[in-house]
Design a binder for this molecule. Structure first.
Ligand code: BTN
Length: 251
């Protein structure tokens, strides 16, 4: 069944909400609206994406009416070097909304993977467009299975909890949580988000990881976040490396 947007419109009166039965990517639609000057908080939703975008040039599997595929336009009063922490704040928001609505407790893998039992149930993609942030959030809610190439690394809230979940309820909680955590970032500062993220993620400290950075890769142990929100890894050769981007995997 398609999303019933009534609860969302009731909870967020005045918010611009754009819904597509099918879209290439909500990121593209939200970027277009941001370029046209849409207000902060504008939400773009799709029931399916035919060209869903993931991090690092990957695609995002977007089965029709099974997940939440959302992009939110955010115009936040942040210095440019505060932007990496936005992705961490969004991870906290997704983790909080999922736990509140479904009881499923997720881990966070820097910079913005949301995991259950080591498999990904949600992902976040942040892009900049004409001075606005486009926060893309994909949550695997009611998928019963995944294509073979994703089966070992992806999961859904239904698969881990054993029952289907109302996407409408999760969506309302997600938007509330995005508002809460971006407000914490803007009003209390990035240290507060870094502290919350460090507590919420098993990956921030003492975790053996492999970091893939395009042509090179690094093995080491995580040692926390730097003040900008980047991951610190002590490589096996003893060097302290600040990871700005890349794919982090457990080893
Ligand atoms: C990742 O973990 O690689 C990030 C995935 C982000 C997926 C969401 S779904 C809604 C929005 N539209 C997209 O095309 N991508 C993001």
């Amino acid at each position: 069944m398609p999303l019933d947007l009534t609860p969302l419109r009731r909870r967020f009166p005045g918010r611009t909400i754009v819904w597509f039965e099918s879209a290439g990517s909500t990121m593209t639609e939200a970027a277009r609206l941001a370029g046209e000057g849409c207000p902060s908080g504008t939400l773009v939703l799709a029931e399916e994406q035919t060209a869903g975008l993931g991090r690092l040039g990957r695609s995002w599997h977007s089965e029709k009416e099974a997940g939440l595929y959302a992009s939110v336009v955010l115009r936040l009063p942040l210095a440019p070097d505060g932007l990496p922490v936005v992705a961490l704040a969004l991870g906290l928001a997704v983790q909080e909304a999922i736990q509140h609505c479904t009881g499923v407790i997720c881990d966070l893998r820097w910079p913005n993977d949301v995991l259950v039992g080591g498999r990904k149930c949600a992902g976040i993609l942040v892009q900049l467009q004409d001075g606005a942030l486009i926060a893309g959030i994909g949550i695997n809610v009611n998928h019963a299975a995944f294509p073979a190439e994703l089966a070992g690394i992806a999961t859904s809230l239904r698969m881990v909890s054993g029952g289907a979940h109302a996407r409408e309820h999760l969506l309302v909680n997600l938007l509330e949580a995005v508002d809460v955590f971006t407000k914490i970032l803007v009003e209390d500062g990035r240290e507060q988000i870094l502290n919350l993220y460090s507590r919420a993620s098993s990956y921030v400290r003492g975790r053996r990881v492999q970091v893939d950075q395009g042509s090179s890769s690094l093995a080491g142990t995580t040692e926390g976040l730097d003040p900008s929100g980047f991951l610190i890894v002590r490589s096996d050769s003893g060097a302290r490396q600040v990871i700005l981007a890349g794919g982090v995997r457990p080893i």
